[in-house]
Ligand binder design. Structure first.
Ligand code: NAD
Length: 385
């Protein structure tokens, strides 16, 4: 071409220095990779030491002070602190994923076998793996194993029930008598009925758990596990300590408070997402076009709706329909939707702004914090494309 368009590619005179700079960048990237390899080797050694000495894989204080120190150092050197924090957090996430296959110190050295009822299911498999990595003998009692139930449960030190929500109470009543000191635990996403049923069927120690994550997590670092003390809390200390070693954060709650909070956090949120999905289907626009027009925040919002429908519909039906309280809560949500719609129908801009401010005041300083948090999430979403 006689007159190359400078906007299309580098001019001939820029080509040589550009190639030289790119070579230098390639060389720096290689050094960065060497350093990352060294860092990963070091954290692997830390992971092994933690496993041997019974320390949790997630050490929030160490993480916080380390990030603060590196941010300060970055500022001194004129580097963007956010960049350094992003890189370090990504490295730490990798380390946690690596540590998932390392062993953990066994917190109850003399415990009889752990029997997972529903052990072939997703959460059952996850907890089975974690218990085995911590040195416990794990047995599975699934749907077709009831004729061997007594044999499987013989001498059990822990029975962990992980069956679908709507089967939990029935399965608990199907259990033969357990050893008196056996700890009976469930993983159900609702806590009222399962904890009451556990207390009814077993006179020994009882604990309700709700892992606030799905089975697709790489490891338990930073995940939350809610627990509801049932009976003889001292007998479940070892299990809570074990879960803490796996990296999770424990949160004690009563069954009633748990179920009310879950109504808001899970049932109503999932129902709203379900309704959003239904609305999108009925509007029937091209999803590709919606995505093409979506900047990262709108893409993220669509992702948060769409991801629900890649999951198990039975689980979500059970979570949403778990109790009449959830229906009452969702009906109140429906009323508030109507209340908000009324403002729109009346074209009452002032009322809209007034409500908006009222809601902002309820969120208080969290609103600003959520803005900052979502900012870094969005920056991340942007680099994923
Ligand atoms: P899942 O469907 O993957 O597994 C359930 C298992 O229970 C299956 O192996 C099934 O064969 C077995 N089962 C069903 N009926 C049985 C019976 N009568 N006797 C013995 N086994 C029986 O379900 P999941 O996702 O692993 O959920 C299990 C529990 O974990 C539920 O109570 C759920 O509320 C809770 N939970 C799930 C998640 C999640 O995201 N999946 C998150 C937190 C808590």
């Amino acid at each position: 071409m006689e007159h190359p368009d400078p906007s299309v590619g580098p001019s001939v005179s820029a080509e040589a220095p550009l190639a030289d700079l790119r070579d230098q960048i390639d060389a720096v990237d290689k050094q960065v990779m060497d350093l990352l390899a060294t860092r990963l080797e070091l954290v692997a050694e830390v992971g092994e030491l933690k496993g041997q000495h019974g320390l949790p894989i997630y050490a929030p204080d160490r993480e916080r002070t380390m990030i603060a120190a590196r941010r300060a150092e970055a500022e001194r050197r004129g580097l963007p602190p956010d960049l350094i924090e992003d890189v370090l957090r990504r490295c730490m996430r990798e380390a946690y994923a690596h540590e998932k296959n390392l062993g953990f110190t066994r917190q109850a050295p003399h415990l009889g076998p752990a029997v997972i009822v529903g052990g072939a299911g997703q959460m059952g498999q996850l907890f089975g793996r974690m218990l085995r990595l911590s040195g416990y003998e794990v047995r599975e009692l699934d749907r077709d194993d009831w004729d061997r139930a007594e044999e499987l449960l013989e001498g059990a030190g822990l029975v962990l029930v992980s069956v679908p929500i709507h089967d939990t109470v029935e399965v608990l009543h199907r259990l033969p008598p357990l050893p008196a000191d056996c700890l009976l635990v469930d993983l159900t996403s609702t806590k009222g009925a399962p904890v009451a049923a556990m207390l009814e069927v077993h006179p020994g120690p009882v604990l309700g758990l709700h892992p606030m994550f799905g089975p697709d997590v790489d490891n338990l670092a930073k995940q939350v596990v809610a627990y509801v003390p049932g009976r003889f809390p001292d007998a479940s200390t070892w299990l809570l300590e074990q879960i803490r070693l796996w990296g999770a954060r424990l949160h004690e709650v009563s069954a009633e408070d748990h179920d009310h909070a879950m109504g808001l956090i899970q049932a109503q949120r999932h129902f709203a997402t379900f309704a959003d999905g239904l609305h999108l289907v009925r509007e029937d626009r091209s999803l590709d076009e919606l995505l093409a027009l979506s900047s990262p925040i709108y893409r993220l919002e669509l992702i948060m709706i769409g991801r629900l429908f890649a999951q198990n519909p039975e689980l979500y039906a059970d979570i949403i329909m778990a109790s009449p309280d959830n229906l009452a809560l969702i009906e109140r949500y429906h009323d508030r939707f109507a209340e908000a719609l009324e403002i729109l129908r009346a074209g009452d801009r002032e009322a809209f702004i007034e409500r908006f401010r009222e809601i902002g005041a309820w969120f208080g300083p969290h609103a600003e914090r959520f803005m900052t948090e979502s900012h870094s999430l969005l920056a991340h979403a942007d680099t994923q494309r």
